[in-house]
Write a protein that binds this ligand. Structure first.
Ligand code: ADE
Ligand code: ZN
Length: 332
């Protein structure tokens, strides 16, 4: 199963750029920016990077974020992610970038865009095509939403395909962001908010109805509402399921008890993703392997998950067809 999963050409639809920074990348950044106080010794950094709970996750996340000062840092981050994706035979990824956070931390918008562009070019040379999702950090409210929208639409960098919403969900209603998603969709960006990761099905309903979500980030709690599950199936709205992330943030007890089983049984379009891979000790291959083992899936069923990700992506039709053919060759 491990070599079968490796051979499948894969697509990752839910990975945060800052959350993708592995120890090697953070070591490089920490040595470049000693003033940030992040350990520059590998063993010490590995201890710092050993995720304990959600608060510790946020602490490390913000420490990485604080070292991103200019285009070289963004380039380092993007190339580090691309190398890791190439290693796992991941051919295409839609990567979530949060411009508001970088700009608030003092980075010029032009520096961010230059780092994304040069990193993306190097990724392509490694055989990994990257696309961007610019997302609103929900906890920063409507000012951040406006800034994210304005930045996305005025800069419109190559590879920008979607508009997202992340961060905590409790007390941060999705509906307040509707005007920003309307404008993003009118400009041709796809709607991919997080919903139902840390709150119930009503948040997913709101993402679908108010933000016209074309995919849902996580969507874990959908299984609590059969009418919602039916709606997701009927409309073919895929879920970006991140099983290990959900276990590590203690939203579900284990992969074995993750609602991915009910989602698949109900006919929901499930895709597997990593969210913030090194933080959670996750890899995309690992997610496929863990779900295959927990649900006792056949190779054909595993291949179907890889196909789902291709079909749910915002790749052009010709690229989807080519990847689906490659998957079929691996199955044959
Ligand atoms: N940003 C980075 N990781 C996240 C997560 N797991 N949930 C919401 N926002 C995030
Ligand atoms: Zn996420």
């Amino acid at each position: 199963m491990r070599s079968f999963i490796h051979a499948l050409p894969k697509v990752e639809l839910h990975v945060h750029l800052v959350g993708s920074a592995g120890v090697g990348t953070v070591l490089e950044l920490a040595r470049r920016h000693p003033e940030a106080g992040v350990p520059t010794d590998r063993a010490e950094l590995e201890r710092f990077y050993t995720f304990r709970d959600f608060d510790h996750f946020l602490k490390v996340y913000w420490a990485v974020q604080s070292m991103l000062k200019g285009r070289a840092d963004i380039h380092t981050l993007v190339v580090g992610l691309a190398r890791e994706l190439a290693r796992q035979n991941v051919r295409y990824a839609e990567v979530t970038v949060t411009p508001h956070n970088h700009i608030t931390d003092g980075m010029a918008g032009d520096e961010l865009l230059a780092g994304l562009a040069s990193g993306r070019a190097e990724a392509a040379a490694l055989g990994v095509d990257l696309a961007w999702c610019f997302d609103i950090p929900g906890e920063k409210g409507l000012v951040a939403a406006r800034e994210t929208l304005t930045f996305a639409l005025s800069e419109r960098p190559d590879g920008l395909v979607s508009f997202g919403l992340a961060g905590p969900e409790a007390g941060i209603g999705r509906a307040q962001f509707a005007p920003f998603f309307d404008a993003a969709r009118d400009a041709g960006l796809h709607s991919v908010p997080h919903a139902g990761e840390t709150t119930g099905p009503e948040t997913i309903w709101s993402a679908v109805r108010d933000l016209r979500a074309e995919r849902i980030g996580h969507g874990t709690s959908c299984v609590e509402d059969p009418a919602l599950v039916e709606h997701l199936v009927l409309k073919g709205i895929p879920l970006e399921v991140c099983p290990t992330s959900n276990v590590r943030t203690q939203q579900v007890a284990s992969i074995e008890t993750h609602p991915v089983r009910q989602m698949l049984d109900a006919g929901v379009v499930v895709t597997l993703n990593t969210d913030d891979p090194p933080f959670f000790g996750a890899t995309l291959e690992g997610e496929y392997l863990a779900v295959a083992a927990a649900l006792d899936l056949t190779p054909a069923q595993v291949a179907r998950l890889a196909e789902n990700a291709v079909l749910a992506s915002f790749l052009p039709g010709s690229r989807k067809t080519a990847l689906l053919e490659e998957i079929a060759d691996v199955v044959a």
